[in-house]
Design a binder for this molecule. Structure first.
Ligand code: GLN
Length: 304
């Protein structure tokens, strides 16, 4: 498969969509990013890399970090994790409060904000140095020692994150948060603030792309079944209330973030990341989704 040619082709085809959508501005620091950027990088199981555009420009990974946090929490809690959250698609926006109240403080899944805030709480309860251990794990799967948090983005989000604070309070009311709410929110925002580029994200997601290989990075050890199931949750819950649409148009497990990144996996074949900051109304990158839709359509490769 000539992925380089295919990516070049796709890169040209998506240019007309570059102005569609709107970049996230509810986190003030994200509104400052130049929205006219597109990056894409695919890395296959042999480690061969194919990329186009701004593939080496780092951006805020935001909710993509929820996959890494889930991996760490699963390692620590195993199936006990599912006592505190579900694994069903939410059908509601990533920061919705309504469902959480109706379902008495049990988030639908680990990839909406409520679920990821519970995961942040779990990591704080188990780890001696959560901030350090989390970034060390991400650096190790991304094979990049310079990946880091952006502390000013984290502060910017924490200062204006009234909805996430409401979610955390509701969770605490229902006894689904053990630690101090402020500490949990700060750690949650810090995880979201990590900056990576398309190459680093694809490298990191490649670790989840083959459940037959050993997963053991910085003490985070997952069984092959746990790795496979993280993919299953990405497939069903990775795009909030657009998970069905993503599955329909792209057909790969993946995870998006409001920084405009989307990382996806073709199990046992490749990991791919597409990035462009402008988002659709569901908070997913317009151009990112288009790139991945064209990739799976033009290659005729599908897991279905
Ligand atoms: N940090 C963002 C928030 O909590 C993450 C949301 C996202 O990327 N969908 O709102």
């Amino acid at each position: 498969m000539n992925y380089q040619n295919i990516l070049e082709n796709i890169y040209n085809q998506v240019q007309p969509f570059l102005n569609e959508g709107k970049q996230a501005d509810y986190i003030p620091a994200l509104a400052k990013v130049n929205p006219e950027q597109i990056g894409v990088c695919l890395i296959n199981m042999k480690g061969e890399q194919y990329s186009m555009g701004n593939a080496e420009t780092r951006f805020s990974i935001q909710s993509i970090s929820k996959v890494f946090a889930l991996a760490m929490a699963l390692n620590l809690e195993g199936s006990n994790l599912w006592k505190r959250m579900g694994k069903e698609p939410s059908g509601t926006s990533f920061n919705s409060l309504v469902q959480l109240e109706i379902e008495k403080g049990i988030p639908r899944n680990p990839f909406i904000n409520a679920g990821a805030i519970v995961i942040a709480d779990i990591l704080l309860s188990h780890l001696a140095n959560p901030e350090e251990e989390f970034i060390d794990f991400v650096r190790s799967i991304a094979q990049s020692e310079t990946v880091n948090y952006n502390f000013s983005v984290a502060r910017s989000e924490r200062t204006c994150g009234y909805l996430n604070a409401a979610i955390a309070n509701l969770l605490k009311y229902y006894n689904n948060i053990e630690n101090d709410i402020e500490h949990v929110l700060q750690f949650y925002c810090l995880m979201c603030s990590i900056e990576m580029n398309c190459k680093e994200l694809s490298q990191a997601f490649l670790c989840f792309a083959d459940h037959t290989k050993e997963f053991n990075y910085k003490g985070v050890r997952l069984s092959s079944s746990q790795v496979k199931r993280i993919n299953a949750i990405m497939q069903t819950c990775g795009f909030y209330d657009e998970s069905g649409e993503f599955s329909y148009r792209v057909g790969l497990p993946g995870k998006s973030g409001v920084g405009g990144g989307i990382a996806a996996i073709y199990p046992q074949r490749y990991a791919v990341t597409a990035w462009s900051p402008r988002l659709n109304s569901k908070g997913n990158s317009v151009v990112g989704m288009k790139i991945l839709e064209l990739l799976t359509t033009e290659t005729k490769e599908s897991i279905f």
